[in-house]
Design a protein around this ligand. Structure first.
Ligand SMILES: *Cc1c(COP(=O)(O)O)cnc(C)c1O
Length: 390
């Protein structure tokens, strides 16, 4: 099976992890700050906080922005459930903004309309989670302008997007957001096995997230309510969690970051080759913003169902039978039973449903060979042409 995504581990990665294993620190040592510094420098953010997953990063990002009971978090339905769940963790309510038909990202025009309605009804969002689907950046400038007008805060869920650029700046520079979040799950662009990071230019938000990721406990005297009782002393000043990243993970992260640029370059080569190979097939290839540089975590095609006699499901199943590990990113979050129970209807977000009925993620990972890509083409050509519509 050719997987849809796969980590790239070389000898330097292995050596880096082994070195930590025999060192004094398995956690809370020098590797985590080194990894944070490396990512912060690369993306152009002032502060970086490594945690044990992007889900944890989203959670503490929401808390740091003051999201709580009675507040609203808005995001896109076409994302992993974590982009929405972080709002629920904080006791907030979640709503969605439908996607743009070409970018598949949250549509700024629909956002503007929904904000206008929400303002009248007194239910404006406190936090918007902008997801850079497939690594393609959202229209951040428009979203930022709306945030100024309506007073909400912005988290970029950049789980797909490390190494990508928007308006010439690396995603994570937080030019148009409060906090950006990366995921280092093995299917993503760089990996630490499990892991995530929140980056921000705000010292205040960084300080709050730093407390929240480790029990709300501090050894920093300036944060304490009184003089330390003695050299052993620490204080819990907030209710935090254990969301810390280990030294093993951070060492892997440092080593992987050395190859980030090369990874994204290879992904672009593969995407360009896919674009060529697929251009005569009844599929829509991904839209690329001319002034943006996508991280290209995913390569999603949409089937032109009017031009084929097989169903979306048949194409998907035939590809899997042919050993092509295709996937579907994503099942619209509002249709998940947990969200449906809150009153969402599938038809509330028609563009997301149209996308869901046609989308397929083809294999895309840095170690993919041209031969493997040719195999995908052969299988897809077969899948699109076989069988009758049932
Ligand atoms: C993978 C992913 C997450 C969650 O990442 P973890 O590191 O697995 O917690 C969140 N949002 C999006 C868009 C993702 O793709």
């Amino acid at each position: 099976m050719i997987p849809y995504g796969k980590q790239d581990i070389n000898q330097s990665d292995i050596d880096a992890v082994l070195e930590v294993l025999t060192s004094d620190f398995l956690t809370q040592g020098p590797k985590v700050p080194a990894f944070e510094a490396k990512v912060a420098r690369h993306v152009g953010a002032k502060h970086a906080l490594a945690v044990n997953s992007a889900t944890s990063a989203l959670h503490i990002a929401c808390l740091a922005l003051g999201l709580g009971e009675g507040d609203w978090l808005w995001t896109t339905p076409i994302t992993f459930v974590a982009s929405a769940n972080c709002g629920l963790y904080c006791g907030a309510k979640v709503d969605f903004v439908d996607i743009h038909p070409e970018t598949y990202n949250l549509c700024p025009k629909k956002l503007a309309e929904k904000l206008e309605g929400a303002k009248r009804e007194g239910r404006l969002p406190k936090v918007l989670v902008a997801v850079h689907l497939c690594g393609q950046p959202c229209d951040m400038e428009s979203i930022y302008e709306l945030s100024r007008q309506y007073g909400f805060r912005i988290i970029e869920d950049a789980s797909h997007a490390i190494g990508g650029k928007y308006q010439g700046a690396f995603i994570g520079s937080c030019q148009y957001s409060d906090i950006s979040v990366f995921s280092f799950h093995p299917v993503k662009i760089v990996t630490t096995a499990e892991g995530g990071m929140a980056v921000t230019n705000s010292e205040e938000l960084a300080g709050r997230m730093n407390l929240l990721r480790s029990h709300g406990v501090t050894r920093d005297q300036s944060l304490m309510t009184h003089e330390p009782d003695g050299p052993w002393y620490y204080q819990q000043v907030d209710l935090g969690f254990n969301y810390r990243m280990t030294e093993l993970q951070a060492a892997l992260g440092v080593s992987q970051m050395e190859r980030l640029d090369a990874f994204v370059v290879r992904r672009h080569e593969l995407a360009e080759r896919y674009n060529q190979l697929l251009k005569d097939l009844p599929v829509t290839t991904p839209w690329q913003h001319p002034d943006s540089y996508s991280g290209l975590h995913l390569y999603v095609i949409r089937l032109q169902l009017d031009n084929i006699t097989v169903s979306h499901r048949q194409v998907f199943e035939t590809l899997r039978e042919q050993g092509i590990g295709v996937n579907l990113h994503y099942i619209p979050v509002h249709t998940q039973p947990y969200y449906k129970a809150m009153g969402f209807k599938a038809e509330d977000f028609p563009e997301s449903m149209a996308y869901y009925s046609e989308a397929i993620s083809l294999p895309m990972f840095q170690g993919m060979t041209d031969d493997q890509q040719n195999e995908v083409l052969t299988a897809l050509t077969l899948a699109l042409g076989t069988g009758g519509k049932v």
